[in-house]
Design a protein around this ligand. Structure first.
Ligand SMILES: Nc1ncnc2c1ncn2[C@@H]1O[C@H](COP(=O)(O)OP(=O)(O)O)[C@@H](O)[C@H]1O
Ligand SMILES: [Mg+2]
Length: 256
């Protein structure tokens, strides 16, 4: 197998749908037969819950890898999908990050660990936390590609420019080729709503990066979350699940 594409899901402050997108993009790509590793890089652990790994139970997590207790291969969990593995996280990641923060070279730690498994997957998808703290920088440094989750519900121009500064910091400091792969709009109704939003937010310059697919507001997302299962298992025919399957198809084409 060729080298994995490493994609970090980042973007707006909390609530834009980063974790929902990480889980459901990973599952959708796995359903298309792509070999996927989903990494939860947020102490909140949403990805760990919603991918069903928390309910399965696990012994080691990303924190155990970062503090040297186990190798990354030992901490990776299989799921009910044969093509999907998950590296879980919980609140332990918070204290590990506190210890590692403040030393610039530590920001590369996740990228270095991924070298051990870079032949094993088609895509490695990392769910980043909503901040510009150590874990966000580590998640961005680990990836060559970024997917930005945005919602028309919130003003995002300041967040977006903050993210551009963070990307520049990562590129300059760690000499990685980090690039925006696509911007995904979540919780909207129509493409023309997105066009209007970009004009209103003074963000017309990013239009070419916006995915053709958007994720609609859909109660199925909340129901899947409430039962801690991916959308495709909750209701594969729901509008949001279909949209994630289309989005995954779009991403396969981007990286062809
Ligand atoms: N397409 C959607 N339809 C309905 N609710 C959504 C949708 N996307 C996100 N949500 C809601 O927004 C909340 C925040 O999403 P989440 O993925 O946790 O955001 P982030 O990771 O960016 O903080 C979810 O718990 C869910 O209730
Ligand atoms: Mg999240």
């Amino acid at each position: 197998m060729a080298m994995s594409r490493v994609l970090t899901i980042s973007g707006q402050k909390g609530g834009s749908g980063k974790s929902v997108t990480a889980v459901n993009l990973a599952v959708s790509l796995a359903l298309y037969g792509k070999k996927i590793l989903l990494i939860d890089c947020d102490p909140q652990g949403s990805t760990t819950k919603w991918s069903g790994i928390k309910a399965l139970g696990y012994q080691f997590d990303l924190a155990s890898v970062l503090n040297g207790k186990v190798t990354i291969i030992e901490a990776i969990m299989n799921t009910q999908f044969s093509c999907l593995d998950v590296l879980p996280s919980g609140f332990d990641l918070f204290s590990v990050a506190l210890k590692l923060a403040g030393t610039v070279s530590n920001e590369k730690i996740l990228r270095l660990f991924l070298e051990d498994i870079e032949q094993d997957y088609d895509f490695i998808i990392i769910d980043a936390p909503s901040s510009s703290g150590f874990l966000s920088v580590a998640a961005l440094t680990a990836a060559d590609w970024l997917i930005i989750a945005m919602s028309t519900r919130y003003n995002c121009v300041e967040d977006f420019h903050c993210l551009l500064k963070l990307i520049k910091y990562v590129r300059d400091t760690h000499k990685t080729p980090l690039k925006i792969a696509r911007i995904l709009f979540n919780r909207c109704k129509a493409n023309k709503e997105i066009d209007r939003f970009l004009v209103d937010q003074n963000l017309s310059e990013i239009k070419d990066l916006v995915c053709h697919t958007f994720i609609p507001e859909d109660d199925a997302v909340k129901k899947a979350i409430d039962t801690n299962i991916p959308l495709a298992l909750h209701d594969i025919k729901s509008p949001a699940s279909s949209a994630y399957l289309n989005f995954a198809k779009e991403m396969v084409l981007v990286f062809k």
